[in-house]
Design a protein around this ligand. Structure first.
Ligand code: NAI
Ligand code: MG
Length: 504
C-alpha cells in the first residue's frame, strides 16, 4: 500500500493557547511556584510531526532536584497535606480532575504536538483517562483504614492491637513519553490520595503537559510543595531523584533496562519501588473468530499510538486455518492507520515520538528483513517533509530467534506466526522475558479461560486489547515490572502499615 502521493503530512498550525504556552520562559514547578534553574541548560522541544524545534524546557541540575525534593520533604514532614481531613484532600483532587477536563482541548493539543499522537486520540483517551485516574483515587483518600486485630497468643482484653495505614512519604515519580499526561496523573493520583508528596519528572521528549498540569495543580488548591514538577534528563535529574536520601519511594514507568537500573539504585536507601516496564504482548487468534472483527482488533492492538504502548500486541499468533485471512484483514486497515500529522483531524496514527525512536524502529524492521522475514504490510517509512513517520508494518516468515520476535520494538510493527493447538500457542506466548499483557480472541469460553490461565501476563484481554480501567489493577509478570498500579492495589504501594500494640 503506497500512500506517499496522497497524504499531506505537513503539520497544521497551532492554536493561540498552545503558542502562548510554548512561548513561556522555561521553568521548574517547586512549592507551587515557577522557579528558574540553577543552571542554563535547556532541552529542546520538538514536534515529531514536522521535526521542528518548537520550544525549550529546563534541563534540571542536581541542585534543582535537591530543591524540589526538599520542598516535597518539608510538605510531607509538617503534615500540611497528609493531616488534612480526607474529605478536603479528596475535594482538591477532584478539583484537579475538573480542571483537566475544563482544559481538555489545550492539553490534547499540547500532547499531540509534543508526542506526535493524533489530537483526536489524545482527546479521547489520554485526557479523560488522566482525569479518571485522579477521580477514582480521590475516593480512596477517605477509605484507607486499618484493622483492630485480636492477638493470637495473649488473653483477650489484655492487649489492644490495631493497624493504621500511613503514607509512605516523599515520592520520586518518573514517567515516559508515550502517554505523558496520562502517566503523570496515574502516578500522582494514588500518591496524593495516600497523603504522600511528590516530585514528578516527565520524559525529556515530552514535558509540556506535565508543566501545564502544574499550573492546574496550583489552581486546584494543593498546598505548596505537595506536587513538584522537574523537567530534565533521565541519567542526570532522574538518577538524582532515585538516589536521593530524602526520597522514600520511587515509581517508574519506562524501559525494562532503566527499570532494572532504578531498582538497583534505589536499594542503598531501601526505597519502596514500583516499576511498570516493557512488554512483547501476544495476541492469540483462535479458528472460531469473526475474522474481520478480529483482524481489525489485532491491527488496533499494535498500531494504536504508533505501537508505542507497553502492552502493544506485537506478537500475533493466528491459528493455521485462519492465518492468511487474518493477515489480509490486518493489511486491509492500512488506509485507516496511515500515519498523518498529529493535528490532522483525519489522523488515527501519528509519527513516532523522536528521531531516535524512528531509527530504532526502522533498525528493527531492517534487522527482521535481513534475518529472513517477509513484509506483509508496510515495512518502510512514510514520505514526509520532516517528521518521523513509519508505515504500519506486519512481518511474516519469522521465527522465535529473530530480534523482531524477541525484543520490544515500540513501534507500529507486529510479527505474525501460525500455530496448531493451544498448548503450543501458550508455550510460544510465554517464550519471552516479558509478561505484561496478552489478548485472546475466541468465541469459546472454555478456550478463553484456559488460555487466560496458561499465559503469564499481568493482564489478559478477551476479544479486546489494551482496555485499561483505573479500577482494575495493572502491572507486569516477569521482567515487565514490579507491583501493581490502579485499583485498590495501586494505592497500597503508597502506604505503610503501622502496627500499634498497647498493654491494657
Ligand atoms: P527510558 O526508560 O530511558 O525513559 C523513561 C523515563 O525514564 C524518562 O523519564 C527518562 O528521563 C527516565 N530515565 C532514563 N534513565 C534514567 C535513569 N538512569 N534514572 C532515572 N530515570 C531515568 O526509555 P527511552 O530511552 O525513552 O526508550 C527506550 C525504549 O524503552 C523504548 O524503545 C521502549 O522499548 C521502552 N519504553 C517503554 C515504555 C513503557 O511504557 N513500557 C515507555 C518508554 C519507553
Ligand atoms: Mg533511555
Amino acid at each position: 500500500m503506497n500512500d506517499m502521493t496522497t497524504i499531506d503530512r505537513t503539520q497544521r498550525p497551532y492554536s493561540a493557547a498552545a503558542q502562548a504556552f510554548l512561548a513561556r520562559k522555561p521553568a521548574l514547578f517547586i512549592n507551587n511556584e515557577w522557579v528558574a534553574s540553577s543552571q542554563d541548560a535547556l532541552i529542546e522541544v520538538e514536534d515529531p510531526s514536522s521535526g521542528k524545534i518548537i520550544g525549550h524546557v529546563v534541563d534540571a541540575s542536581d541542585k534543582d532536584v535537591d530543591r524540589a525534593v526538599a520542598a516535597a520533604r518539608a510538605a510531607f514532614d509538617d503534615g500540611r497535606w497528609s493531616n488534612l481531613p480526607p474529605m478536603v484532600r479528596e475535594r482538591i483532587m477532584i478539583r484537579l480532575a475538573d480542571l483537566i477536563e475544563a482544559n481538555a482541548d489545550e492539553l490534547a493539543e499540547l500532547e499531540a504536538i509534543d508526542n506526535g499522537k493524533p489530537k483526536g486520540m489524545a482527546g479521547a483517551v489520554d485526557v479523560p483517562g488522566a482525569a479518571s485516574h485522579i477521580r477514582f483515587m480521590a475516593g480512596w483518600a477517605s477509605k484507607l483504614n486499618g484493622e483492630v486485630i485480636q492477638p493470637y497468643s495473649m488473653p483477650n482484653g489484655t492487649v489492644f492491637g490495631y493497624t493504621k495505614k500511613e503514607p509512605v512519604g516523599v515520592c520520586a515519580q518518573i514517567v515516559p513519553w508515550n502517554f505523558p499526561l496520562l502517566m503523570a496523573c496515574l502516578k500522582i493520583a494514588p500518591a496524593l490520595a495516600a497523603g504522600c508528596t511528590t516530585v514528578l519528572k516527565p520524559a525529556e521528549q515530552t514535558s509540556l503537559t506535565a508543566l501545564r498540569l502544574a499550573d492546574l495543580i496550583a489552581e486546584a488548591g494543593f498546598p505548596a510543595g505537595v506536587v513538584n514538577v522537574i523537567t530534565g534528563n533521565g541519567h542526570t535529574a532522574g538518577d538524582r531523584m532515585v538516589k536521593h536520601p530524602d526520597v522514600d519511594k520511587v515509581a517508574f514507568t519506562g524501559s525494562t533496562e532503566i527499570g532494572k537500573l532504578i531498582n538497583k539504585n534505589a536499594t542503598d536507601t531501601l526505597k519502596r519501588v514500583t516499576l511498570e516496564l516493557g512488554g512483547k504482548s501476544p495476541v492469540v487468534v483462535m479458528p472460531d473468530v469473526d475474522v474481520a472483527v478480529t483482524a481489525a482488533g489485532a491491527a488496533g492492538a499494535i498500531f494504536f499510538n504508533s505501537g508505542q504502548v507497553c502492552v502493544a500486541g506485537s506478537r500475533l499468533y493466528a491459528h493455521r486455518s485462519v492465518f492468511d485471512q487474518v493477515i489480509e484483514g490486518v493489511a486491509a486497515t492500512a488506509p485507516f492507520w496511515a500515519p498523518r500529522a498529529s493535528l490532522d483531524p483525519e489522523a488515527h496514527m501519528g509519527p513516532l515520538v523522536s528521531k531516535e525512536q524512528f531509527e530504532r524502529v526502522m533498525g528493527y524492521i531492517e534487522a527482521g528483513k535481513r534475518d529472513g522475514a517477509s513484509v506483509a504490510m508496510g515495512g518502510d517509512a512514510a514520505a514526509a517533509d520532516g517528521g518521523y513517520y513509519v508505515n504500519p508494518t506486519v512481518l511474516v516468515d519469522v521465527n522465535p530467534q529473530m530480534s523482531v520476535v524477541r525484543e520490544e520494538i515500540f513501534g507500529p510493527v507486529v510479527v505474525a506466526q501460525r500455530f496448531d493447538d493451544i498448548d503450543e500457542v501458550a508455550r510460544e506466548a510465554n517464550n519471552t522475558c516479558y509478561g505484561l499483557g496478552a489478548g485472546v480472541w475466541t468465541k469459546d469460553v472454555a478456550t478463553m479461560h484456559k488460555l487466560a490461565a496458561k499465559i503469564k501476563a499481568g493482564t489478559v484481554w478477551g476479544n479486546c486489547h489494551a482496555v485499561i480501567d483505573t479500577a482494575l489493577p495493572f502491572g507486569g509478570f516477569k521482567e515487565s515490572g514490579l507491583g501493581r498500579e490502579q485499583g485498590r492495589q495501586g494505592i497500597e504501594s503508597y502506604l505503610e502499615t503501622k502496627t500499634v500494640i498497647v498493654q491494657l
